[in-house]
Design a protein around this ligand. Structure first.
Ligand SMILES: *[C@@H]1O[C@H](CO)[C@@H](O)[C@H](O)[C@H]1NC(C)=O
Ligand SMILES: *[C@@H]1O[C@H](CO)[C@@H](O)[C@H](O)[C@H]1NC(C)=O
Ligand SMILES: *[C@@H]1O[C@H](CO)[C@@H](O)[C@H](O)[C@H]1NC(C)=O
Length: 374
């Protein structure tokens, strides 16, 4: 009896001691694990809770940093990638991110842009997946920036989605970013090391690197919609004043490498807005095949000032037909695949969608589902 109660008292004392330890010690240490951004040491539990609480209430901007903060990496070694997507194609963005980080050892920082309704959806998706340690930020695209500026005459109405124009506003979306950046459409998969693409040279005087569409395989696949005449109305006097050759080669706006400080200096956003705005008042974009969308203003602004991208780094037109345009062997060697066109890799019939499936991560909320047979 005496021994037992002595044991009980001992256990109670031990529990009390541990409780005291937890009460005084843990509050000073837990926050440093939870809030990786805080560099200053935290004084008490009450300093922490409101701050953690606040960081959950920044709807327009979610930031997250790689866990290895002490690494002191050299900022000039970071590869900046921008991807934009609306709620309907969010799965494309997730698969693309996964493909990029699966094929590089370099530090990639993702600058992601989506619509108001998808900001939290995307953040939750990333944090619940194997992508949770990537370095990324998410911005909401304010649709008011383009309201009243989009006018699609005939053609494909889906090209009028405001998110299609987010690429015009990179310096405004990411004011702190002055570096080189790669913009990639969300219907792409990267199979090479992104550092090679990032190193694409932008020649002196040029504004960006793009892929032209009037040579080789791309000429055949694009079936003639590969010159300026297909996208612009050359009867418009403002277009005429630009002195553009109607037979000049058009380029694909779904992939480009540019320098954001130069973009700002050259007022590229202002120029793109000028053409968008003008097109709402008079016909600038020409025929229905061009269809409007974000392509024609870019062709007007970047005319004659583009550097090339390595052809293996932009294998495109995979979404042009449901049949196969490329052999499996060729696809395996491509560094970047682009399903531009109607047949998206998450849709029912698309060529080589097995490659895309390898990188797709299912949506924990179940909102985005690729359509698959059987
Ligand atoms: C953290 O970064 C340092 C310096 O770059 C590196 O040596 C180390 O391996 C990294 N640790 C992890 C866990 O990635
Ligand atoms: C980072 O890299 C650049 C270019 O390679 C170099 O000039 C700079 O000194 C480096 N900075 C640090 C802190 O290592
Ligand atoms: C940028 O370009 C637009 C269109 O040409 C022009 O209206 C605007 O004043 C320019 N802004 C600056 C700061 O030069």
């Amino acid at each position: 009896m005496g021994i037992l109660s002595a044991r009980k008292v001992g256990m109670l004392l031990a529990l009390f001691w541990m409780g005291t330890l937890c009460y005084f010690w843990l509050p000073n240490h837990i926050p440093d694990f939870l809030d990786l951004r805080s560099k200053s040491s935290v004084k008490s539990r009450h300093d922490v809770l409101p701050r953690l609480h606040n960081s959950n209430h920044v709807p327009n901007q979610i930031r997250m940093h790689q866990l290895n903060l002490s690494s002191g990496h050299n900022d000039s070694d970071v590869i900046h990638v921008c991807i934009t997507s609306d709620g309907n194609t969010l799965g494309g963005m997730v698969a693309l991110i996964n493909s990029i980080i699966s094929n590089t050892k370099h530090h990639v920082k993702f600058h992601l842009v989506t619509d108001e309704d998808s900001v939290n959806h995307l953040g939750n998706w990333i944090r619940a997946s194997s992508l949770k340690e990537i370095d990324f930020e998410v911005r909401e695209f304010p649709e008011s920036w383009v309201s009243g500026k989009i006018k699609i005459r005939g053609g494909r109405q889906e090209l009028g989605s405001p998110l299609n124009y987010a690429r015009y506003y990179l310096p405004k979306l990411f004011p702190a970013l002055k570096e080189k950046i790669v913009f990639i459409d969300d219907d792409c998969i990267v199979q090479g090391d992104i550092v090679e693409l990032y190193k694409t040279e932008i020649k002196k005087g040029d504004l960006a690197a793009f892929s032209e569409d009037c040579k080789g395989m791309n000429k055949r696949l694009s079936r003639l919609s590969n010159v300026y005449a297909e996208f612009l109305d050359f009867k418009n006097k403002h277009v005429q004043e630009r002195n553009i050759s109607p037979s000049a080669c058009s380029f694909n706006t779904g992939l480009f490498i540019t320098d954001l400080s130069n973009w700002h200096k050259e007022n590229i956003t202002g120029q793109l807005e000028y053409w968008m705005d003008l097109n709402t008042r008079e016909e600038v974009y020409g025929n229905e095949r061009g269809g409007g969308g974000s392509q024609p203003p870019m062709m007007l602004v970047f005319y004659n000032r583009i550097s090339p991208i390595d052809t293996l780094w932009h294998v495109r037109y995979l979404g042009w037909t449901s049949g196969t345009s490329y052999s499996k062997q060729f696809i395996a060697h491509a560094k970047l695949l682009h399903w531009n066109g109607k047949f998206k890799p998450w849709g029912r019939i698309a060529q080589h969608s097995d490659v895309w499936d390898k990188y797709f991560i299912s949506d924990p909320s179940g909102k985005f589902r690729p359509i698959r047979r059987g």
